[in-house]
Design a protein around this ligand. Structure first.
Ligand code: IPM
Ligand code: MG
Length: 353
């Protein structure tokens, strides 16, 4: 296959992990005879500094022309403590989601046996937990009508039937390929938007008789995720609930720095780590590149190149087993590997495989 990849490295540790993602992508393409070209584009605080816009038109065009976007992270503390800032790096992320029509955000919650001791949950609760959250990404409160004056403010949680239908079909697609169990998470006892979700889901459920569908209020789902994470196979939910539940999901596995994600929809799909830009670590060569590298695995799998994806997963597991790890997950007394060293080890593994 021929790949034209837009590389959006962004801020903080973004450029360092991006470099490793690209190196792994290149190694896999060489091995399997795929052609790949990359085009870098700016976003986030970096783009605000350079052109005053966190998702400039030129970056948008580069994304539109690409087959896939390899995204790293955006965010800079200089904006966090300034509520009056007119533009923020995160707006670049939201603009990218909206403009590329990335309505389906797929966030796997996977455990790695060797990192289970990092989980805040008991070993037996979390070991083997494996589910994915499909988060609706271009609707709801994030994009609904907003208002703010000095005494009053609101955000509107608006959804249309069409928006709910299309995300449900994506979720059922995943459920069919997995353990055939879908949990629709909402707050239908209180919110009108959730009642629409549930009504539409109950209709669409009929088209997927091979999948077991259940419905759960979001507060209950948040609880169930820590009491019994094995319950879940595929979970689907609206934008804000998905934001909250996926942070919970990533931390219960103990492997937040390892979790990738995919956002797909109307135009070019985007593959990115779940973690943020970790500005304090910028330039120190200590950031874990594995979530970015696993995002490359998701990229191949999206194009139905399963063997390529599998080889990357195998290389990542081998690096963990060999204790070739960045400091935050290294075993006591183990050698400290940097971002580049971990990336290089994985590239070498792929070449030799
Ligand atoms: C995420 C992040 C973003 C979100 C922020 C950075 C705007 O938390 O991708 O989960 O809220 O969607
Ligand atoms: Mg979030």
């Amino acid at each position: 296959m021929k790949f034209n990849i837009a590389v959006l490295a962004g801020d903080g540790i973004g450029p360092e992990i991006s470099e490793q993602g690209v190196a792994v992508m290149t190694a896999v393409c060489e091995k399997f005879g795929h052609e790949v070209t990359y085009k870098d584009a700016i976003c986030g605080a970096d783009a605000i500094d350079k052109v005053g816009d966190p998702f400039p038109e030129e970056t948008f065009q580069t994304c539109m022309e690409a087959d896939a976007v390899l995204f790293s992270a955006v965010g800079d503390p200089k904006f966090d403590n300034d509520p009056t800032a007119k533009v923020r790096p995160e707006q670049g992320l939201l603009a990218m989601r909206k403009k590329l029509g990335l309505f389906a955000n797929v966030r796997p919650v996977e455990t790695f046996d060797c990192l289970i001791h990092k989980s805040p949950l008991k070993d037996e609760l979390v070991r083997g937990a494996d589910f994915i959250c499909i988060r609706e990404l271009t609707g709801g409160m994030y994009f609904g009508e907003k208002y703010q004056d000095k005494d009053r403010a609101y955000d509107t949680n608006a959804y249309t039937r069409a928006e709910v239908e299309r995300i449900l079909h994506v979720a059922y697609g995943y459920a069919r390929r997995r353990r055939k169990h879908l949990t629709v998470v909402d707050k239908a006892n209180v919110l009108a938007s959730s009642r629409l979700w549930r009504q539409v889901a109950q209709e669409i459920e009929q088209q997927y008789p091979d999948v077991q569908t259940d419905y759960m209020y979001v507060d209950n789902a948040a609880m169930r995720m820590i009491q019994d994470p094995h319950f879940f196979d595929v979970m689907v939910t609206e934008n804000t609930f998905g934001d909250i539940l996926t942070d919970e999901g990533s931390c219960i596995t103990g492997s937040m720095g390892l979790l990738p994600s995919a956002s797909t929809g109307e135009h070019t799909p985007v593959f990115e780590p779940i973690h943020g830009s970790w500005p304090q670590a910028k330039g120190l060569n200590i950031a874990n590149p594995l979530a970015q590298i696993l995002s490359v695995a998701m990229l191949f799998e999206y194009f139905d190149l399963q063997i390529e994806g599998k080889l990357i997963r195998q290389a990542v597991n081998a690096s963990l087993d060999a204790n070739v790890r960045t400091p935050e997950i290294q075993v006591e007394g183990g050698a400290k590997y940097g971002t580049r060293e971990v990336g290089q080890w994985i590239v070498d593994y792929i070449k030799k495989a």
